[in-house]
Design a protein around this ligand. Structure first.
Ligand SMILES: Cc1cc2nc3c(=O)[nH]c(=O)nc-3n(C[C@H](O)[C@H](O)[C@H](O)COP(=O)(O)O)c2cc1C
Length: 392
């Protein structure tokens, strides 16, 4: 058998699928950046479980249905999105491509979907809102609540639609593959320094013209000029607040007048509690396998959470979606939409904005084809009858 090979060049139009964008990303960016993007916690069992969860669900298609006209759109918080996807908040995107957050935002805007910006992003939230994307701002529960409220205020003034509070970071996930690249905090080992020197496309896009990216939304937390990666890394680990609890959600509910989303829910009882506190939407997630290892996969617990909160509450899931068919499965099992983390980041790391646009185009065409083959011309008509869950 000849060895099968994925394309690893720089033209995103040649990527057949997200896996190919991933191979292109690995060829373009240095190993330490790829490990940052790719890795999960501990033995990466959650990471694998996320994929296995989607793979184990089978479709049960309806035949002889007119699917000549198909609609992939749906409503999210009362307005239409063109497909059931949202860009997930991911920190430090400037490491993958210069001003990567802006590229994600522009590609999301062009595709008619929202973008959730990470608080530890490398472009200011005001610039991202100016791009015209439907903007959500993710926040981490930093101990310094006064400055946290300042970020929330900035999002309000800029015009963000939602605040997304990430709640699964009581401790940093144990990402050993990431740490292995350093001889001391933020100091690459020799192997990785040699590797960086060979990644000329990345060097001329990111490091040589611009230096290491800076955290543009942490300005008020850090002394002036101290928003470099090295300073911020130390700061971030000291600021994560393990005392975060439901009172803080209530505090945020009082502070923020628009849509409030809690990201980090995996249990029906937590989902119900968030609903009682007036939270508008939930992200059912295990942080893409980067936090707790041997954790349940969001797709596996989605049906029980939908049942607990009822049909009205906005439910979003993420973790492990790599094919358009995964978004269709998520919708069929009760999610309003799903977040794309690594799938679109592979595009960004492979080829900047055209790479993100290609990732979204691939997902869109896969959702479209899945709907056609499933005998379901409208995304909004998907339901549990379209899928068969694995026997437990
Ligand atoms: C490189 C990277 C950085 C991330 N940074 C953040 C972050 O700053 N805030 C956050 O809430 N989640 C963050 N996440 C988690 C994502 O929002 C999302 O939950 C996860 O990527 C979904 O899984 P997937 O990558 O398999 O799609 C990050 C994920 C990755 C891969």
């Amino acid at each position: 058998m000849p060895m099968r090979k994925l394309y690893r060049g720089g033209d995103p139009r040649r990527a057949q699928n997200i896996a190919e964008l991933r191979a292109m990303a690995a060829a373009r960016i240095p190993n330490f950046c790829f490990e940052y993007l790719e890795g999960g916690a501990d033995d990466e069992l959650t990471l694998r479980r996320n994929r296995a969860g989607f793979d184990a669900i089978n479709f049960q298609p309806r035949t002889l249905v007119d699917v000549s006209e198909r609609d992939l759109g749906c409503e999210l918080f009362g307005s239409r999105i063109e497909m059931p996807a949202i860009i997930a908040p991911t920190g430090f995107n400037g490491l993958l491509s210069h001003e990567g957050d802006l590229m994600l935002a522009e590609a999301a805007r062009d595709a008619g979907i929202p973008m959730c910006q990470s608080m530890v992003s490398t472009v200011s939230l005001e610039r991202i809102v100016e791009s015209g994307v439907r903007h959500w701002m993710q926040i981490y529960p930093f101990k310094d609540r006064e400055n946290l409220a300042g970020v929330v205020k900035r999002a309000e003034v800029a015009g963000s639609e939602a605040i997304v509070l990430t709640t699964d970071v009581a401790a940093f996930g144990n990402r050993e593959w990431d740490r292995r690249n350093y001889r001391a905090p933020m100091k690459l080992n020799l192997d990785n320094m040699v590797d960086v020197a060979t990644r000329w496309r990345w060097l001329f896009d990111v490091l040589i013209p611009h230096g290491m990216p800076r955290f543009r939304n942490l300005g008020d937390f850090l002394p002036p000029g101290q928003d470099s990666a090295r300073n911020a890394a130390t700061f971030l680990s000291s600021q994560m607040d393990p005392s975060l609890d439901w009172d803080d959600v209530a505090w945020l509910r009082d502070l923020w007048p628009r849509k409030l989303i809690v990201k980090g829910i995996l249990r029906p009882d937590d989902a119900e509690r968030a609903k009682q506190l007036g939270v508008d939407g939930l992200v059912i997630t295990n942080h893409g396998g980067r936090q707790l290892d041997t954790c349940v996969a969001p797709i596996d617990v989605l049906p029980e959470i939908r049942e607990a909160v009822g049909p009205e509450m906005t439910l979003i899931i993420d973790s492990g979606l790599r094919r358009g068919s995964d978004f269709v499965k998520a919708r069929a099992l009760g999610a309003d939409a799903a977040m794309s983390g690594r799938a679109t980041l592979y595009g960004l790391a492979a080829a900047g904005k055209p790479g993100v646009a290609r990732a979204l185009e691939i997902l869109r065409s896969e959702i479209d084809r899945t709907l056609a083959l499933l005998g379901c011309p409208e995304l909004t008509r998907l339901g549990p009858d379209c899928v068969r869950l694995p026997q437990r």
